[in-house]
Design a protein around this ligand. Structure first.
Ligand code: SF4
Ligand code: SF4
Length: 408
């Protein structure tokens, strides 16, 4: 559908003109951008997207569905932000740009159907742990019947088992002397999809001397909503979490999912400075000496929202190297997005698949037996890519690797 210059790109959640003006069009971000790397198109680059939003805001280009696709195709990976010498706050720009695109689309008779459907499903599912667990049980049954293999989206799913839940007391004691009291983000999909990673994360915190508190009443942090232009729901969830985590005192709020940690740091003014990624806190407090070696060759995939949004690259690698027996083999372009980007792989399958293929080439070149990462979306995407290539390589959350040096 074509638009008119009356479709002005300056609603209440639109990107600030000052943010857009920080781009000096130098192009130094282009080769770091996954969508530019696979298409070679300026329109699929950070510079092109900033230019488009600036033109919309000035009323110099009409808002059309065709042009809006360039915003849809951005992964929100923030690699451009990390390499930009001018300090362009691209994460904030694209989050607000998406919200504005969705607002303008919703004024039309036919908003983008897939995106509208995804928004509805996410609102009905992610903030409701009971519904998520029920969806997990249905998926588990479908997996046992072999049904998930026939749906492309089902092939990347891990083998599900019973969902993780916090202890009934909502507390886990420090093992040894207590060094910190931390709150833990239970998250939304992680407990259903990655029970092992949740158990391992809590265990490692205890081993590092943390008393862990699981705030009752906490819910999905809202990252997936904010990254997909639903800032209204993201704010609602932020208010709920602010109340839940405000019930008791704690030193740090620990998060084991890169996308959630980045969102909490950026979007929660009263909590943000106490938020720590699991790898940050484990390095800060230190783990006890390993009890046994873990003889395995691993490669590490930087989750975008850890490497670029939180600028955490060293800590996970230091933790991996500290495990006796582990050989860390770096892959080429480890900090380039795998194409998962929240629900991007479901919304934009062709572009996601092109980016994933590049990632598989780099990853399989390492000869590793395991690839380690720190975000559920990356885990699923890498798993799907490896299965597509019929590779036996396994995908582990960082916590799953580290905990093997202690328990069992
Ligand atoms: S976003 Fe930054 S690196 Fe990219 S063109 Fe603009 S100023 Fe240059
Ligand atoms: S966020 Fe990622 S995909 Fe989007 S413009 Fe920046 S580098 Fe490219």
């Amino acid at each position: 559908m074509s638009g008119t210059l009356l479709d002005v790109f300056n609603g209440p959640d639109a990107p600030a003109g000052d943010d857009l003006a920080t781009c000096v069009h130098c192009g130094l971000c282009l080769n770091a951008c996954p969508t530019f790397r696979v298409t070679g198109l300026e329109t699929e680059s950070p510079r092109g997207r900033i230019y488009l939003m600036t033109q919309w805001q000035r009323g110099q280009l009409p808002f059309t569905d065709e042009l809006a696709r360039h915003i849809d195709l951005c992964l929100g990976c923030r690699t451009c932000e990390a390499v930009c010498p001018s300090g362009v706050p691209y994460g904030r720009i694209i989050e607000h740009g998406r919200a504005e695109v969705e607002r303008l689309r919703s004024r039309r008779t036919q908003p983008a159907a897939t995106r509208a459907l995804a928004r509805g499903v996410m609102r009905e599912l992610l903030p409701h742990p009971g519904r998520l667990r029920a969806a997990g049980r249905l998926t588990w049954a479908a997996q046992r019947l072999g049904l998930t293999r026939v749906v492309p989206a089902g092939r990347g799913l891990p083998r599900l088992r019973r969902a993780w839940r916090p202890p009934a007391s909502n507390r886990a004691p420090a093992l040894g002397s207590r060094r910190a009291r931390v709150a833990f983000l239970n998250g939304c999909v992680m407990p259903v999809m990655y029970r092992n990673a949740m158990e391992a994360s809590v265990r490692l915190l205890q081993l590092a001397g943390c008393e862990v508190w699981f705030a009752p009443g906490q819910t999905c942090c809202g990252a997936l909503f904010a990254h997909n232009g639903d800032l209204e729901e993201a704010r609602r969830l932020r208010d709920r979490n602010a109340r839940a985590f405000g019930m008791e005192d704690f030193d740090y709020l620990v998060v084991n999912s890169a996308g959630c940690g980045s969102h909490l740091k950026d979007f929660y003014p009263n909590l943000g400075d106490r938020v720590r990624d699991l790898s940050e806190i484990l390095v800060e407090l230190g783990l006890p000496e390993a009890q046994r070696p873990v003889p395995v060759r691993v490669s590490y995939q930087d989750a975008c929202h850890l490497a670029h949004a939180q600028r955490i690259k060293k800590q996970p690698r230091d933790l991996i190297r500290a495990v006796p027996g582990v050989e860390l083999v770096e892959m080429q372009h480890a900090d380039i997005c795998c194409g998962s980007a929240g629900i991007y792989n479901a919304l934009e399958p062709p572009m996601s698949a092109r980016i994933l293929e590049e990632k598989m080439d780099d990853l399989l070149g390492t000869g590793a037996a395991v690839v380690v990462t720190g975000n559920p979306g990356c885990q699923m995407q890498l798993d799907a890519g490896l299965r597509g290539r019929r590779s036996p390589m396994q995908v582990w959350h960082l916590a799953e690797l580290l905990v093997k040096a202690y328990d069992q």
